[in-house]
Design a protein around this ligand. Structure first.
Ligand code: NAG
Ligand code: NAG
Ligand code: NAG
Ligand code: NAG
Ligand code: NAG
Ligand code: NAG
Ligand code: NAG
Ligand code: NAG
Ligand code: NAG
Ligand code: NAG
Length: 771
């Protein structure tokens, strides 16, 4: 169908009284919660919140979050059975104590008339935040371990701390994968003596944050985390826009600073690296402060800057000691096409680099104008509720038991034909065969609690892999949008490809034409094992570090998490976590489990953006690019399975040469490359690749964290004392066979951080790399 969504774009120009999410019938369920009356959707008004700016709404809001025996107390480390959407209609909600967030909560305001969370003058100055994403318990520990804080979002809210005298913070956000803050504003005091902060984040393994505006404050935000991707943040008059407390890698894109004293202060010696793209500083005294003073030759404070403008900025970069390292123009504009400060490893390295005019290849197909393409998750806020069709209203049951294959396939076909938006109510949609998403379909899930779960014999055969969700068939032309959906499996499903993406959007649309964006997946995750209903929990899939090569075949539950095939063109993926569970989320001790999925994300397509993604615990590789071209990857993150090398890769799977699977036997035992022999004999070699790039071109990686913490569940190998020796190799770029560099064109990687694999490739350790 041509002119996709045209009808709706016209309809969208009208103003709608209420956000569809408030109006729509709330049919979402949590089927694996034993309480059949458990309610997912909560409107804070139904709990007595007034939103009138004068009533104290603290108790009502906290009741909306906590009601229904949810996971938020001492005895709960995590839970997928108590998801909630906590919704705020327009209004000003006065609070006198923190709003305390629980596990698996989406806190969402009306984007058409954003509600304000207002701290009252009596708000305690020593309270950690207006909205405490993860509270500190009396034992000094966070309620939820920061690296296990998953599946939560905050959207469309204004946080106002200005009535609070002294110290105040709007959001406390230790956070990890599958989390998001989107479209929020912060109004912070800049009064003398006040220390106000928009977001305070001290730990975790994130994550994605987009579309925030900070007004004032001592700090717009203070960020510390392993890694993160953040986009479209604007700071007006904050003393320091961003204080980077610590990190391994961080990708910032489209930041704007106006009238700040300092833009980004990354001078802490705990800062590993920062990538800053497509940004601007206006009327800022010092744009950047670094801890990487001249002469430092470690990886500390590596900085990559591309396409950044400084207007009326006297100092672009200052050292920790206050020395100016790069000057701007106090009364004019300076533009940095490319600046890099760190170690360069290609063609040979390490070689110290501190300089402007660093040339980046910048594939034009990945840009719109002079900036890399970006698009935030659509919230469809201008559409009336009548445009949405509920899955549970249209014969899908979503109870994790009924087979919803037929109902959903019928619904997707019909919705794509009529340009309606499918609303996948919270629930578990068990499917026994492939769900086909036709071109021109839009699907939005409820509360990250809409789970599509492949089950049964159709997905059981490793020699006949089959997609659970297939987006387009090879040759299909058109566009799709999907958001807030989890694709999963149940039980033994060795042949399941969670998502197979085939659609060609480039052939349908000219992406540069206004209103003609690429296809998009936002907050679409895969999750295998470790949750109630998966049949892959602590009881079924215990770890076996004390036994050699023991596999429970009932815990082999995937062929591949996601395949972007060679027919795929022009796809934007943002905030995607492809996770094979390493632990049982429901278990009070977060007990570890052994679940096996052969492959992570295989990309063979063209013109693909992977913005804020992570792929973890797959047996052969996390990311693999084969004959792919025009690929943008920005802060990618991986973890090697904790069990390896017991069993060694690719066991329990068999290599499929048609998919260009790595050949561990050849690489680790028969390969003659002199660089590799010493490594593979000294360190475990039959370990999953973090990133493997084969015969691909125009690949830009802005930030990568490839981590290997364990050998057979023992972390000794990842300590500095052990020389970070968990695996001999974790990253590879090369030609078809892996023997030489043929077929290797314009692959660039900036700010690579590895754990447990100090000698990252056959050739060298890479921190900034280009061919
Ligand atoms: C405010 O924060 C500063 C700096 O962290 C700290 O020294 C001070 O004690 C805090 N004041 C209060 C009242 O908590
Ligand atoms: C950036 O964020 C602002 C504030 O949420 C929003 O209005 C704007 O549309 C966003 N820009 C892009 C390019 O997404
Ligand atoms: C940058 O942050 C450090 C703390 O990490 C602080 O000591 C220093 O004063 C800050 N620099 C500027 C210019 O604000
Ligand atoms: C920057 O400062 C100049 C001079 O004070 C002022 O005219 C201009 O409006 C400011 N620009 C912005 C974007 O704040
Ligand atoms: C900045 O430039 C303007 C216009 O060129 C000029 O009038 C002004 O005096 C300059 N200010 C400074 C501080 O150099
Ligand atoms: C799609 O719409 C057309 C025209 O409205 C109709 O004839 C056709 O039967 C529809 N197809 C499906 C699969 O619903
Ligand atoms: C959790 O760990 C504690 C302390 O090690 C132990 O006493 C308890 O039995 C464990 N709980 C379960 C359900 O395994
Ligand atoms: C690689 O991709 C190009 C198009 O980008 C295609 O023409 C070629 O056949 C592909 N090669 C292989 C080995 O798949
Ligand atoms: C982990 O490995 C180290 C080094 O090989 C060894 O000393 C230690 O005992 C192991 N720990 C466990 C719990 O097996
Ligand atoms: C690279 O590998 C290919 C495939 O094995 C082989 O055909 C080619 O001759 C090799 N090229 C070089 C320069 O070694």
């Amino acid at each position: 169908m041509k002119g996709v969504f045209a009808l709706l774009l016209a309809a969208a120009s009208a103003a709608w009284a209420t956000f569809w999410m408030e109006d729509i019938a709330h049919r979402g369920i949590a089927p694996f919660n034993p309480d059949r009356s458990y309610t997912v959707f909560r409107n804070v008004r139904d709990f007595g919140a007034k939103g009138d700016g004068s009533t104290d709404d603290t108790t009502a809001i906290n009741a909306a979050i906590s009601s229904g025996e949810r996971c938020g107390g001492y005895a709960c480390a995590g839970s997928t059975t108590t998801p909630a959407v906590v919704y705020f209609p327009p209004g000003t909600y006065l609070i006198t104590a923190p709003i305390v967030n629980f596990y698996y909560t989406q806190i969402i305001g009306d984007p058409n008339d954003m509600p304000t969370i207002m701290g009252s003058p009596s708000f305690p100055v020593n309270a950690i935040a207006l909205l405490d994403g993860d509270r500190y318990l009396s034992n000094g520990k966070l309620n939820f371990q920061a690296t296990n804080v998953f599946f939560r979002q905050i959207r469309n809210l204004i946080f106002d701390t200005r009535n609070i005298r002294g110290n105040a913070t709007a959001i406390h956000w230790p956070s990890s994968q599958a989390t998001l803050i989107q479209n929020c504003a912060f109004r912070l005091s800049s009064r003398e003596g006040d220390i106000h902060t928009g977001i305070f984040m001290e730990e975790g393994s994130g994550g994605m944050i987009t579309d925030l505006v900070f007004h004032g404050g001592k700090y717009g935000a203070r960020f510390g985390n392993q890694q993160y991707t953040m986009r479209n943040l604007t700071f007006y008059g904050s003393d320091t826009g961003i204080e980077q407390i610590w990190n391994w890698g961080w990708t910032y894109k489209s930041l704007r600073f106006f009238g700040c004293n300092v833009g980004i202060n990354m001078s802490s010696w705990d800062v590993g690296s920062v990538t800053l793209l497509d940004s601007s500083f206006v009327n800022v005294t010092t744009a950047l402060v670094t801890g990487r003073n001249p002469g430092i030759d470690t990886g500390i404070g590596s900085l990559v800057v591309q396409n950044v403008e400084y207007r009326n900025v006297p100092t672009v970069l200052k050292g920790r000691d206050g020395q100016p390292l790069l000057l701007g123009d106090p009364n004019g504009t300076v533009r940095d096409g490319g600046y890099a400060r760190g170690n360069v490893y290609a063609p040979k390295g390490p070689r110290l680099l501190e300089g402007r005019n660093f040339i980046f290849s910048q594939p034009s197909t990945l840009k719109l104008g002079n900036r890399y393409y970006e698009r935030s998750k659509p919230q469809y806020e201008h559409y009336p509720v009548t445009v949405f069709v509920s899955a549970r209203e249209h014969q899908a049951v979503g109870d994790g038991v009924a087979d919803d294959t037929g109902a959903l396939n019928t619904l997707f076909r019909a919705a794509s034909n009529t340009s309606q938006i499918v609303f996948l109510d919270a629930g578990y949609y068990k499917v026994t065969d492939t769900l086909y998403i036709p071109p021109d379909t839009r699907i939005v899930g409820e509360g990250l609690a809409a789970v599509i779960m492949g089950a049964g014999k159709n997905f059981a055969d490793e020699s006949h892999p089959r997609p659970v969700v297939q987006v387009g068939r090879p040759g299909d032309v058109g566009r799709v949008e999907m958001s807030d959906i989890i694709v999963s499996t149940q039980g033994a499903t060795a042949g399941a490809i969670m998502i197979q993406y085939n659609l060609n959007t480039a052939a349908a649309e000219n992406m540069c034409a206004p209103g003609r964006p690429p296809s998009g997946l936002w907050d679409v995750h895969t999750r295998v094992g470790g949750f109630a209903g998966s049949q892959l929990q602590a009881a079924e899939c215990p770890i076996t570090p004390d036994q050699a090569n023991v596999i429970n075949s009932a815990c082999i539950s995937g062929y591949m998490s996601m395949h972007i095939t060679s027919s795929a063109r022009n796809l934007y993926v943002e905030n995607s976590w492809l996770w094979v569970a390493d632990h049982d989320i429901e278990h009070v001790n977060s007990t570890r489990i052994n679940v096996f999925v052969a492959r992570g994300l295989l990309v063979e397509g063209t013109q693909i953006w992977l913005v804020g993604s992570s792929v973890e615990h797959h047996t052969m590789y996390q990311y693999q690019l084969v004959n792919a071209s025009d690929i943008w990857m920005g802060q990618i993150q991986t973890e090697t399975p904790y069990y390896q090398p017991n069993p060694p890769a690719p066991y329990p799977f068999t290599r499929n040469p048609d998919l260009w699977d790595p050949d561990f036997d050849y690489d680790c035992h028969r390969h003659a490359d002199s660089n590799s022999v010493g490594l593979r004999e000294t360190f475990p070699c039959e370990m999953a690749w973090g990133l493997r790039v084969v015969s691909s071109r125009n690949v830009v990686v802005f930030g990568a964290g490839l981590y290997s913490f364990f050998n057979n569940y023992n972390t000794s190998c990842s300590t500095a004392m052990a020389g970070e020796s968990c695996q001999a190799r974790i990253f590879w770029v090369g030609g078809e066979t892996g023997d030489n560099n043929t077929g290797l064109f314009a692959v660039e990687m900036y700010n690579l951080n590895t754990i447990g694999s100090n000698l990252a490739t056959f050739a060298s350790t890479l921190a900034a790399f280009r061919c």
